[in-house]
Design a protein around this ligand. Structure first.
Ligand code: FAD
Ligand code: DHB
Length: 397
């Protein structure tokens, strides 16, 4: 740490983490005249280089509209009314629009974050990049602060509230004493190898495939940018996979007619993500609120990570706005309960969809029959499809 000399600013809400949760919260607060300071550990270029989620629920789209950040999304995003599921040689479609009246929007997390940064910069809201040694003080009392160093100088933000939006590996969750938080976790025995390629998507809707060689997902970002994933071993690294090896494996996992029309090309990004379910409860400790991946992780099947981060932001923004506009702290008191009620439901959906679509190393013949029976039930039962569609497009806030 640098010299003890401290440079101090005062704000209403100190936001740790400049990912989608932190930036969305900052912009929503800004529309209500509530000041915040965003502290981000990395550079903006680094944050924007992370390729992650691609499917936005109606609720997140609504929050981006409210934050004044949805123009490009409406111009460039793709509305999807349904998705395809395949197993073996069978394929069927779940129609979101017919079952729920609501579509999802395909628009990358990278683009959402880019739009949020543009809005933050246009509004002159402060963001400090490359902050180090971030420490939370006094969150259990009336005058919290965040201490950090930047360019070798120690700095302090005094605030009314702290939003911990610093992802799974951040410091905010660790600031809650161990004896006052519970952590619930399930680690899955496989990962996802994902690639991005400048090729037209194989299909105009997403395809989730359960094959005997493991799960595969065909997704997209735009008309000439495809995102594909295959289930891989946890011991694999991206360098183990050539582009040719990836395409061959993908073709073997999706229906033959889709494989025949798959356009392949060089990958422009290749990465592996492990699969994990994780929840920290409570999500509030005094004047510290956890939001997004700082509090919970879902396995990616069903694209709930970013969308669940957004629902936390909804509850927190609503609670803080009510506090500043009316002096009432009931939303603050119930933040953790409100957010967790929805978090557990999205955990259930992500766990269910992951369990349905992947091959497990220790799967018995009985387990396999259960998967096929569940897929056939989903294929043939409109009530089951409706339940899936309701969860996929996003449960109400
Ligand atoms: P993050 O995006 O993690 O942002 C947290 C920010 O805090 C980061 O910018 C980080 O640099 C910063 N930070 C961390 N520590 C500190 C600190 N001490 N001080 C200051 N700043 C700090 N979801 C899907 O729905 N579909 C997907 O396909 C998908 N793929 C994913 C792939 C990977 C590899 C990962 C990690 C996640 C993926 N997710 C996916 C999940 C989704 O991207 C996250 O749920 C979403 O990014 C959560 O946003 P967040 O702002 O809460 O956290
Ligand atoms: C994407 C990721 C998902 O986990 C998912 O269920 C759908 C799409 C994607 O990155 O495009």
């Amino acid at each position: 740490m640098g010299p003890v000399e401290e440079c101090c600013v005062k704000t209403q809400v100190a936001i740790i983490g400049g990912g989608p949760s932190g930036l969305l919260l900052a912009q929503l607060l800004q529309t209500r005249g509530i000041d915040s300071v965003v502290l981000e550990r990395k550079t903006k270029a680094h944050v924007l280089s992370r390729i992650r989620a691609g499917v936005l629920e109606r609720g997140l789209v609504g929050l981006l509209e409210e934050a004044g950040c949805a123009d490009r999304l409406h111009a460039e995003g793709f509305t999807h009314d349904g998705t395809l599921l395949s197993y073996g040689d069978e394929m069927f479609r779940v129609d979101f629009a017919a079952h729920t009246g609501t579509p999802v929007v395909v628009y990358g997390q990278t683009e959402v974050t880019r739009d949020l940064y543009a809005a933050r910069e246009a509004s002159g809201g402060p963001i400090a990049f490359e902050v180090e040694d971030v420490r939370i003080e006094g969150a259990d009392g009336p005058t919290p602060s965040v201490i950090y160093s930047q360019g070798g100088q120690m700095r302090r933000v005094d605030c009314d509230f702290i939003a911990g939006c610093d992802g799974f590996h951040g410091v905010s969750r660790q600031a809650i004493p161990l004896d006052q938080r519970q952590e619930y976790e399930k680690v899955y025995p496989f990962g996802w190898l994902g690639i991005l390629s400048e090729t037209p998507p194989v299909n105009d809707e997403l395809i989730y495939a359960n094959s005997e060689r493991g799960f595969a997902l065909c997704s997209m970002r735009n008309a000439n940018l495809s995102r594909y994933y295959i289930q891989c071993s946890l011991s694999d690294s991206p360098e183990d996979w050539t582009d040719e090896g990836f395409w061959e494996e993908l073709k073997r996992r999706i229906p033959a007619d889709q494989a025949a029309k798959l356009v392949t090309g060089p990958s422009i990004e290749k990465s592996i993500a492990p699969l994990r379910s994780f929840v920290c409860a409570p999500m509030r400790w005094g004047r510290l609120f956890l939001c997004g991946d700082a509090a919970h992780i879902v396995p990616p099947t069903g694209a709930k990570g970013l969308n669940t981060a957004a629902s936390d932001v909804h509850y927190l923004h609503r609670a803080l706005t009510r506090f500043y506009e009316t002096g009432e702290s009931d939303g603050i008191e119930s933040y953790s309960t409100d957010a967790l009620a929805r978090v557990w439901k999205t955990q259930r959906f992500s766990w269910w969809f992951s369990s349905l679509m992947h091959r497990y190393p220790d799967q018995s013949a009985f387990d396999l029959h259960m998967q096929v029976a569940e897929l056939e039930h989903l294929r043939s039962n409109q009530a089951a499809q409706k339940a899936m569609a309701e969860n996929y497009v996003g449960l109400p806030y």
